[in-house]
Design a protein around this ligand. Structure first.
Ligand code: CTP
Ligand code: ZN
Length: 155
């Protein structure tokens, strides 16, 4: 028998090895899945959405078995989910726990807000300087226009 507390904890099963991305704001779950390409990998991925969280009201969690991301790869999610927390699991134990970190620059992923920008005319990856403040915005390396947080569009 499980106690009420244990029942709450068991919403998404524990994994043996891999990466658990916790404290994702619920509304951002599918963007995170796209940024990390989790719709295209072949290791087991489980996720839960709209789970109760004391900090966020509703949160999402993603568990990717047998996958350990490069910092550069995983930190991209800080753009849209700066509150996300990474847990590295080895042999069922949490071996490392850290928040995601905003990268200084970001290549690809987002669209430049300027319709006249070369990146919107040519088949080329976008490139931005990340401007951190209360919210994150992106300054285009090519045209200099700033895409504010509310307009960040994942491609
Ligand atoms: N986890 C998992 N598989 C394991 C061990 C842990 O999926 N073998 C998950 C837990 O479900 C939790 C996260 O990894 O979502 C972090 O585990 P832990 O640090 O034990 O949980 P909390 O103390 O709740 O973490 P935090 O304080 O960061 O919320
Ligand atoms: Zn541009």
């Amino acid at each position: 028998m499980f106690t009420t507390m244990e029942k709450k904890e068991l919403k998404v099963s524990a994994i043996k090895n891999g990466t658990v991305i916790d404290h994702i704001p619920a509304k951002d779950l599918f963007k995170v899945i796209r940024i990390l390409g989790l719709d295209r990998i072949d290791t087991p991925v489980t996720f839960g959405n709209n789970l109760d969280s004391q900090k966020f009201g509703k949160k999402a969690i993603i568990k990717v078995s047998d996958k350990f991301f490069e910092d550069k790869e995983i930190n991209k999610i800080a753009l849209i989910a700066p509150t996300a927390n990474l847990n590295i699991i080895r042999d069922y134990e949490v071996k490392e726990k850290r928040p995601v970190e905003l990268p200084a620059t970001i290549k690809g992923i987002c669209k430049c807000i300027n319709p006249k920008c070369i990146t919107n005319a040519e088949p080329m990856p976008t490139k931005f300087d990340v401007i951190a403040g209360d919210t994150v915005s992106l300054k285009c390396f090519y045209c200099g226009k700033v895409t504010d947080h509310d307009h960040i569009e994942i491609v």
